[in-house]
Design a protein around this ligand. Structure first.
Ligand code: ADP
Ligand code: MG
Length: 346
């Protein structure tokens, strides 16, 4: 199969089964794509209602960004919020049941952590499907690294990586797999890491499979280098596949974020998707020969990028490793503890 480097055309339908504590799946919908509430356990439908935001209560202002499946707006709901509005017709056109959305919202609402975006609620009445979160201030790591070309020295990179590990460790402890950890989904707010878009992959990313033409496989730019070998090997044009996301695939993605922080670019930079797929699928890693970093720092990369999922560390052990890294002593006054300086945030 040929591979096209355009917005993703990879298809995914079927279940999203990473979070077993969410509401049970019911795959049949009525003609309007509505879900029969009776099939939801009472307890769940009640607790879901707490998070239901009536669409009329939302004020939408300008667009922050648009993806294939949804648009993020700056909005207001009891203060400033970000509203991710999903194009519901595209959802149902591509066989993503409303249940998948509800299931992912159910996952989202169980999170409370400093380094995770605050989930505020969702509009769950078709055709208005939206996810409302706090509005992140600052910029994404992607913008810092790839657009502004900000350089993070090793100490800053370690502090950022620790916060990411902390947020991710929390998600995993709650049985939630991010599935889309990337620098575009990590904000820096005055030095504090805020991770977004966890657990929403199926509804926002992999639903446009029907757009795939022929036997080609469309890959969104910048996505491939976050995919562990087992995900790359499972990529299929057209097929209604269920990519084998796991805690270990999140750790692989973290490895790529760590590389971007240290090197200021993506691994396999400039290589065509076919070449990346071939290498990653065979267990070939980005060479670190030209990288100016200590052995310890490179070891973390190599461990996270392990070909075998079982050899990748988990986030709690990554956090310990990061905390043990020797800090370079920087000239600083006692009133300026090691912390991200604001220059990189504003
Ligand atoms: P991606 O993550 O691939 O950039 P998204 O659809 O998640 O695509 O986001 C679209 C745009 O909205 C991006 O510019 C992103 O930084 C921004 N965005 C998403 N969530 C928030 C948020 N909670 N606060 C502020 N901006 C956000
Ligand atoms: Mg995002």
């Amino acid at each position: 199969a040929s591979v096209k480097s355009e917005r993703s055309l990879v298809s995914l339908s079927g279940s999203n089964s990473t979070d077993s504590s969410g509401p049970p799946r019911a795959d049949s919908l009525d003609a309007h794509g509505n879900h029969a509430d009776a099939r939801w356990p009472r307890q769940n439908s009640l607790s879901m209602k707490e998070w239901d935001i009536p669409y009329d209560e939302l004020k939408l202002f300008e667009t922050i960004g648009t993806g294939r499946f949804g648009t993020v707006y700056r909005g207001s709901w009891h203060g400033a919020v970000a509203v991710k509005l999903l194009h519901v017709h595209s959802l149902s056109d591509h066989g993503v049941p409303l249940d998948t959305f509800k299931h992912e919202v159910a996952t989202f609402r169980k999170t409370r952590h400093e380094n995770l975006v605050l989930f505020m609620g969702a509009c769950m009445k078709p055709p208005r499907l939206a996810i409302v979160t706090s509005l992140c201030k600052g910029m994404t790591l992607y913008t810092h690294i790839h657009i502004r070309k900000d350089k993070f020295n090793a100490n800053r990179s370690v502090i950022i990586a620790q916060q990411i590990s902390q947020g991710m460790g929390y998600l995993h402890a709650r049985g939630i797999i991010h599935k889309d950890l990337k620098t575009k989904n990590i904000f820096l707010e005055n030095g504090k890491v805020v991770i977004t878009d966890f657990g929403l992959f199926s509804v926002t990313k992999l639903c446009f499979g029907n757009n795939a033409r022929g036997d080609s496989l469309g890959i969104p730019p910048g996505w491939l280098c976050y995919l562990a070998a087992e995900l790359v090997r499972a990529l299929r044009p057209h097929a209604s596949l269920h990519l084998p996301f796991s805690k270990a695939t999140d750790v692989y993605a973290f490895g790529t974020v760590w590389y971007e922080l240290l090197c200021g670019e993506y691994p396999f930079k400039g290589q065509p998707p076919e070449a990346i797929i071939w290498q990653v699928g065979k267990g070939v890693k980005q060479s670190l020969a030209n990288m100016q970093a200590s052995r310890d720092i490179k070891d973390i990369l190599m461990l996270c990028w392990s070909y075998r999922a079982s050899e990748r560390p988990d986030f709690p052990s990554l956090l310990i490793t990061l905390q043990k890294l020797p800090r370079k002593r920087l000239a600083r006054s006692p009133s300026h503890p090691v912390h991200l300086s604001r220059s990189a945030d504003s």
